[in-house]
Design a protein around this ligand. Structure first.
Ligand code: AAT
Length: 285
């Protein structure tokens, strides 16, 4: 949903009876790509804002919360991650966080819409600052198809940094997709996916994601909540599943001694994010 009051960008969540607004200075870019309507705004207090089909994707100010939680918990849960695939994530913020881990050998990003990446390169240069890393490969294709063609036992971690489960991202929230991920992962492999708002979606999307991941053969799964002020309810989640290990154990000492800077993630945040609120326990029973 577009602007309502002059000088403000507002996203209305019609079904939930809520909305989120940011004061803006100007719309600095707008285009219709082959796949979606892309807008960039200069906000007054959150830096730049990217909007796809009327839905907030990210801002300069708070994207570190999401991108750090989509990456570091999984990377410190896996015993020795080397080869990573990111599905979606065209703004390259997830890619940048993964590449902070020195032992990563290769990261393949499969984004549907090349224009998202090109626009991010121009307006979010900081997020794209690792795109030239020799370990990164940027592909522009449908992640659902890509994973169905991936070699078995070729990946340690798959990160699904996609839009909401409608349109092109719908098939990323499906048991067939998870089966293909399971096949592409090596022993000890992990899948992590953005899974919407715990408050709004525990009984629906999140519950189904767990059931479908288990159906596809994943042994354990856990939803980690984290704050994300610009997404509906301001409270978001990722769900992590393991091919054969317990996702609630992680390399705590390595997380504590990490060789790179983070702004949200640390070993205490990781431990805290593994705690399951009572209503989530009830929803996932
Ligand atoms: N890093 C936070 C931003 C995103 S954008 C998600 C990306 O997923 C978009 O660029 C979109 O083009 C891409 N995408 C959607 N479907 C597919 C697909 N099938 N294959 C590959 N890429 C895809 C996440 C925002 C979360 C929104 C929360 N409300």
């Amino acid at each position: 949903m577009a602007e309502h009051m002059p000088g403000w960008f507002t996203e209305i969540f019609q079904d939930q009876g809520t909305g989120f607004s940011l004061a803006i200075d100007a719309k600095v870019h707008e285009e219709n790509s082959q796949y979606q309507h892309i807008e960039i705004y200069q906000t007054k207090t959150f830096g730049k804002l990217m909007v796809l089909d009327g839905c907030v994707m990210l801002t300069d100010r708070d994207n570190f919360l999401y991108h750090e939680m989509m990456t570091h918990p999984a990377l410190f849960t896996h015993k020795a991650p080397r080869d990573v695939a990111i599905i979606g994530g065209g703004d390259c913020g997830t890619l940048k966080e993964v590449l902070k881990h020195p032992d990563i050998r290769k990261v393949t990003q499969i984004e549907l819409d090349e224009r998202v990446t090109r626009v991010a390169e121009e307006h979010f240069p900081d997020l794209c600052s690792s795109n030239d890393d020799s370990r990164a490969e940027l592909l522009f294709a449908d992640g659902i198809k890509w994973i169905s063609d991936a070699s078995p036992n070729s990946l340690d971690l798959i990160i699904v940094d996609s839009t909401d489960p409608v349109g092109p991202a719908e098939g990323l929230f499906a048991v067939d997709f998870y089966r293909n991920c399971h096949l592409a992962l090596r022993e000890g492999g992990l899948l992590v996916q953005q899974t919407e708002s715990p408050l709004l979606h525990a009984d629906t999307i999140i519950k189904n994601v767990h059931a479908d991941m288990r159906k596809a053969g994943f042994k354990t799964s856990r939803t980690l909540p984290f704050p994300q002020p610009v997404y509906p309810t301001g409270w978001w989640s990722c769900t992590m599943a393991s091919k054969n290990d317990n996702v609630t154990f992680f390399r705590e000492a390595d997380a504590a001694e990490r060789s790179f800077r983070t702004r949200y993630y640390n070993e205490d945040i990781h431990r805290a994010a593994l705690a399951v609120p009572e209503f989530m326990k009830a929803a996932l029973k």
